[in-house]
Design a protein around this ligand. Structure first.
Ligand code: ATP
Ligand code: MG
Length: 467
């Protein structure tokens, strides 16, 4: 099977290459025709097998899908499906220049999803059939080829904007779904067709292309219907796709929290069944996606979902242990005692983090993580017998332990440690009133605000720390 897909891809490549060439003579026309015939024949061989592998729901509706796709392509005229004014000008420039050079080029992924859902996209990614070298030739010194695992092009606009242009690629690992087979993707992906590029993406709502020139969405994955009903569904079989790349579990949680979509039942079951495979992924990716979960401005919801899916206990066991203790948390403030249940108590801290992010302040990774760890760490430092030296040592050990499953970088561990040490100083000054001045950094202030507001403590310590 693998070799047939491989042969088909090579054929498509040669066919596309030959189509792009400036061909006048009869001989090249005949070669092109032969290539088209051979590719079509190979497609006819491979397609039924691929469709079958995608499961019965997909196999049943290829006809309907094809018709819808034709409609979606639509071409010129009519109202654009996304108004041009909502699209970043530079992203439009990149798409148009690629198209003018006779390549396919579309907006893709999160930006199309967010625009259709009425949200503001974070960035605009572009997918194309141009190879990285072709893209580089078009954008010359304003572009840079990056990436080792898969090469992409960064197109620079001024100092601050980078647009990512990636060549269509294919994912051909979903060959066999047997229980014990290791499906984790370790090798590089390979270039592929437009359709293959849509199919290799994670969720249907992330698999749409938008062509701003024709004003049409190209939907190879039945994503539009899912956008309409706000539904998060894996492209292909979630069992297989999550085993290929378990980081998609964290991505599902992120998209659910951010766009309020409903998670498909089969996807949710697979997320729970395969959560432990998360720890097999490259630590740097787990760390990156975990930080994204905390920093998108919906940390309260993502952490609630991490707890619900049992991922919390894998990635942040210190937090899980904290919430599993039976007795509630008691906080003594100026207005007396308050008690909180444990998970809600953790979530209160994240709610303040979300507020700070909503104010558009820059939030350091260390602050985001510290907001999650602060309750369990401070609880273990409660013993009044501990000397300052003990506390410093225990804080450092606890943070190392807390960060171990997601493999914190040294820099991140150190920044968090500094935050906790400074935090104690600021809290002390708030207890003893006058002593000590501020000159706190922005991160220290944010961390202090998280602690004070989550515990419903007076905020004057913040003003003092600011001074
Ligand atoms: P955000 O708006 O938060 O950036 P996004 O959907 O753009 O969300 P990115 O991580 O920027 O997320 O990825 C861009 C696109 O690349 C996704 O929309 C998806 O189509 C594809 N993608 C990213 N990561 C994966 C993955 N692990 N597996 C499959 N497809 C992925
Ligand atoms: Mg993105």
């Amino acid at each position: 099977m693998e070799w047939m897909i491989e042969t088909l891809r090579v054929l498509r490549e040669i066919r596309d290459w030959s189509d792009r060439r400036d061909t006048n003579g009869d001989r090249s026309a005949a070669t092109r025709e032969a290539l088209h015939r051979a590719t079509a024949a190979a497609e006819a061989e491979v397609k039924p097998i691929v469709v079958e592998r995608m499961g019965p729901a997909r196999a049943k509706a290829p006809e309907r899908k094809r018709e819808r796709r034709e409609e979606d392509r639509g071409g010129g005229g009519g109202k654009p499906q996304i108004p041009l004014r909502k699209i970043d000008r530079n992203a439009l420039t990149v798409v148009r220049r690629l198209q003018r050079a006779d390549f396919k080029a579309y907006l893709v992924g999160g930006c199309v999803r967010d625009l259709l859902l009425g949200l503001e996209p974070k960035d605009f990614d572009i997918a194309t059939d141009a190879r990285p070298e072709d893209v580089k030739r078009i954008f010359k010194r304003n572009s840079r080829i990056i990436g080792r695992r898969f090469r992409l092009v960064h197109v620079h606009f001024g100092r601050n904007q980078i647009l990512e242009v990636s060549t269509f690629r294919a994912n051909i690992t979903d060959d066999d779904a047997s229980e014990d087979q290791d499906l984790l993707i370790r090798r590089d992906n390979v270039f592929g067709s437009e359709e293959e590029d849509a199919q290799r993406r994670d969720f249907t709502i992330n698999g749409l292309f938008y062509d701003p020139t024709s004003g049409r969405i190209l939907d190879h994955v039945d994503g539009l219907a899912d956008i309409e009903r706000r539904y998060l569904r894996m492209i292909g079989d979630p069992e297989i796709r999550l085993r290929e790349d378990p980081v998609r579990i964290l991505r599902a949680i992120r998209f659910k929290a951010k766009t309020h979509v409903e998670i498909d039942d089969a996807l949710f079951a697979a997320m729970i069944a395969h959560r432990e495979e998360l720890l097999r992924c490259a630590p740097a990716r787990i760390l990156e996606e975990s930080l994204r979960l905390l920093r998108i401005g919906y940390a309260q919801e993502t952490v609630r979902l991490l707890a619900e899916t049992g991922v919390l206990e894998l990635l942040f066991p210190i937090v899980q242990e904290f919430i599993e203790q039976p007795e509630p948390i008691t906080v003594i403030g100026p207005k007396g005692e308050k008690t909180y249940d444990r998970l809600p108590y953790i979530l209160r801290h994240l709610e303040v983090l979300d507020d700070i992010i909503a104010r558009d302040e820059d939030v350091d990774d260390a602050v985001a993580l510290a907001a999650l760890f602060v309750a369990p760490v401070l609880e273990r430092l409660e013993d009044p017998e501990l000397s300052p030296g003990d506390r410093t040592r225990i804080t450092s050990d606890l943070l190392r332990e807390a960060g171990a499953p997601i493999t914190l970088t040294k820099r991140l561990h150190e920044s968090m440690r500094q935050l906790f040490l400074a935090h104690r100083r600021f809290l002390k000054t708030s207890n003893r009133r006058k002593r000590g001045r501020g000159s706190a950094t922005d991160s220290q202030l944010q961390f202090l605000e998280i602690h004070l507001r989550a515990n419903e403590l007076p905020l004057d310590a913040l003003d003092r720390a600011r001074r």
